[in-house]
Write a protein that binds this ligand. Structure first.
Ligand SMILES: *Cc1c(COP(=O)(O)O)cnc(C)c1O
Length: 472
């Protein structure tokens, strides 16, 4: 009970009448523990349909193989922080400088999230308020660019992200964007070509980081290119931020002016993050005034770009960044890469064309058109899903198929690793995938026929495998 015993006893002595009104109400008031523990039962009672669908989604996640490289699975502690009374708190501004009263507790939560994020990334500054990875990028763009300014970024069809200035995105609409490509033969970033393009294009911002690139990104080299043309560098490390925290991939934090990530891809709640390293207080000319970069980022976050922070998400980010400081989290990042390498090697052994010949991180791309005549990413995705294996089709660099068909599939190992699978299971997975793709009947770019006994046999085997590695 929140009301303390002592004061009710005092009340009982001093004013029996008031006490008799208050005491029954006090008995009904729930403690935080009682209130929050009752949440699932409350949902079941209030909305059986949504309750049932949540159950169905849980079952889908538990019983099918989750191999989408952009997905991860947060802890139950993170989930608990997401669904709690902190969600009801509204405010604007930052810790210690809010526009509403009642912020004593949420200030402590946000300060904790910031402190742990800085520790996780070895950063000087952290902003935990962006609602998503895309928002984090938009905030950085709006902080340092004026409309019409130039951005140089990796093309979306080359493994880049839509928020880096693709034509259909917000950034593509307000800035002049030129995109760099990966090398046509090796599919690797060609730093010399990027440097030449930067010298010619003179961007104000260079963006590095990708959604579908399986090799190490040389952030130091990117910074050298940016410095040469006097550009800012944004490293969007959404996909590999967990690996960076653990030291499995080199960190951009002190090379890039800004480092952004979504927080769900490394295994936290949905949301975004901006961190800054040694340039965090570099001066930026805004009008006639010089302001430190971090302050510009903060002002652009609020009131520039967003309104109220999602404080329950921020509580969940605090929990997640706390988890990233553990040995378990750090060891797991190494195992994610080991599993991705094992899985890629199995596919190669079965005759598949793995782009760049393997992977340095949590994911890789396979050119399925090289495996069988007529096979496409769309057929691979849909036929595998029929069998309980969830991957995604992905356009490959210089793909001749459109985005709805694609030549590639992208596979990632964060979730299977989280649930305890290792190299032996990677062998099984590759064999199962191969068995489906090798035996289906291809009708056209997007349709196929799958033998029902093959489908059933695979789905059963997948379910058994997943049962042995329950969701953590
Ligand atoms: C996933 C991703 C994002 C987007 O994050 P959201 O939180 O989904 O908006 C941004 N950049 C890269 C490189 C990504 O892979």
């Amino acid at each position: 009970m929140l009301v303390d015993k002592h004061s009710t006893e005092t009340l009982k002595r001093r004013d029996k009448q008031v006490y008799e009104i208050i005491e029954p109400a006090r008995q009904r008031a729930l403690s935080s523990e009682e209130y929050h523990r009752a949440l699932p039962a409350e949902l079941e009672r209030a909305d059986a349909e949504v309750y049932r669908l949540i159950g169905a989604e849980y079952d889908r996640q538990q019983n099918m193989l989750q191999l989408i490289a952009a997905e991860n699975q947060c802890s139950r502690a993170v989930l608990a922080a997401l669904g709690c009374a902190v969600q009801n708190k509204t405010t604007e501004g930052f810790v210690g400088a809010r526009f509403h009263g009642g912020c004593a507790v949420v200030d402590r939560l946000e300060a904790l999230a910031i402190d742990r994020a800085r520790q996780a990334f070895g950063a000087k500054y952290a902003n935990v308020q962006p609602h998503s990875g895309t928002s984090a990028n938009q905030i950085v763009l709006a902080a340092i660019l004026s409309s019409g300014d130039r951005i140089l970024s990796l093309g979306m069809d080359q493994g880049g992200h839509v928020s880096h200035g693709d034509r259909v995105s917000f950034a593509g609409k307000f800035f002049q964007v030129e995109q760099y490509q990966v090398d046509r033969d090796s599919f690797l970033l060609d730093y010399e070509a990027i440097a030449q393009q930067a010298r010619r294009f003179r961007p104000r911002l260079i963006i590095c980081g990708a959604s579908a690139y399986s090799r190490v990104i040389d952030f130091e080299r990117f910074r050298a290119i940016a410095d040469e043309v006097n550009a800012f560098l944004l490293a969007d490390v959404s996909h590999i931020s967990g690996l960076i925290i653990a030291g499995v991939h080199p960190s951009p934090v002190d090379y890039a002016h800004f480092t952004t990530t979504s927080t769900y891809k490394p295994g936290g709640p949905r949301g975004g993050l901006i961190v800054m390293g040694k340039d965090f207080d570099a001066p930026l000319l805004v009008g006639k005034r010089e302001v430190p970069l971090w302050q510009r980022v903060e002002k652009t976050t609020f009131p520039g770009f967003q309104g109220t922070p999602y404080l329950n998400n921020i509580a969940a980010k605090a929990v997640f960044f706390g988890e990233t400081l553990s040995d378990e989290y750090r060891d797991r990042q190494f195992r994610i890469v080991e599993n991705a390498q094992a899985l890629a090697a199995e596919f190669q052994g079965l005759g598949y064309d793995v782009l760049t010949g393997g992977t340095d991180n949590h994911m890789f791309l396979v050119d399925v058109t090289q495996f069988r005549n007529g096979l496409t990413g769309a057929i691979a995705q849909r036929s595998l899903e029929d069998c309980g294996i969830v991957i995604n089709m992905n356009r490959l660099p210089y793909d001749r198929h459109c985005a709805k068909v694609t030549s590639g599939m992208r596979l990632g190992t964060p979730i299977v690793t989280r649930n305890g699978m290792g190299p032996a299971e990677m062998t099984t997975i590759a064999q199962r995938v191969d068995h489906v793709l090798a035996n289906l009947e291809i009708l056209d770019e997007r349709t196929y026929r799958l033998d029902e006994s093959l489908r059933q046999e695979t789905a059963d085997a997948v379910r058994d495998l997943c049962t042995r590695f329950p969701m953590r």
